[in-house]
Design a protein around this ligand. Structure first.
Ligand SMILES: C[S@@+](CC[C@H](N)C(=O)[O-])C[C@H]1O[C@@H](n2cnc3c(N)ncnc32)[C@H](O)[C@@H]1O
Length: 214
């Protein structure tokens, strides 16, 4: 369990059935079982070699409580899932898994590698309220993680909250502030090299927004 996986694990609440969508190595699934966070775990992956890693890691230790599924997203899973994790996939892939699901569980923990803003918008459209939503630093990268609950009373997001995540704007963690500083450096570098006036204007607007948040 590296820092990224520990952070994701910390957001998974005790439940009956947990699904690890795009499980790959299966480390999270194993931790959920080892720590008794869920009674039953479904590990799903679209790739047989990836799924085999999870099956090998967990072996026969949890017979009757651990099940693997070669599945595109939720498509081949039973529907008794209480909480699902979709982590380490691109934002667009995450969206397509949400769109393609025959049904979605009451709780979702999502860690898209990109386009977290689109994922937030989709969750709200699907009737979820977002209760945790922050950026964290692990293994030389910044990650966004979002926990959403269906039917949670939710007062809507501002445009900035969709873009950056509400907890970041309210809590202003060190990781988020460092992320903004890094973004500012990237924008300043891009501005040095930009020639197209439209692009320059766009970069300047982004820089101003980043400076406002810092
Ligand atoms: C980068 S790994 C992430 C593994 C793990 N979730 C993590 O966060 O460390 C992405 C995994 O998602 C799987 N995957 C990609 N698209 C998928 C889909 N539509 N349905 C299920 N699994 C998918 C890939 O095969 C791969 O094993």
């Amino acid at each position: 369990m590296n820092k990224r996986l520990l952070t994701l694990f910390s957001l998974i609440e005790p439940c009956g059935t947990f699904a690890d969508i795009g499980c790959d190595h299966g480390i999270i699934s194993k931790e959920i079982l080892d720590k008794g966070v869920a009674e039953k775990v479904y590990a799903a992956d679209i790739s047989a070699p990836s799924l085999n890693k999870a099956a090998t890691l967990i072996g026969r230790a949890y017979e009757g409580r651990f099940f693997t599924f070669l599945s595109d997203g939720f498509s081949r899973l039973p529907q008794d899932i209480d909480c699902a994790l979709i982590a380490g996939l691109g934002g667009e892939e995450t969206l397509s898994i949400l769109d393609g699901a025959p049904s979605l569980p009451p709780t979702l923990v999502l860690q898209p590698m990109k386009n977290a803003d689109k994922v937030r918008r989709k969750l709200v459209l699907l009737g979820y309220g977002i209760d945790r939503d922050f950026t964290f630093f692990a293994s030389d990268k910044y990650y966004d993680v979002i926990r959403a609950k269906r039917g949670l009373i939710f007062d809507g997001y501002t445009e900035d909250e969709y873009r950056f995540g509400r907890d970041n704007l309210r809590e202003r963690s060190n990781d988020f502030l460092r992320f903004l500083q890094m973004r500012l450096n990237v924008l300043n570098e891009a501005l040095k090299n930009a020639g197209d006036p439209v692009q320059v204007e766009k970069l300047k607007r982004e820089r101003l927004k980043t400076e406002e948040l810092l």
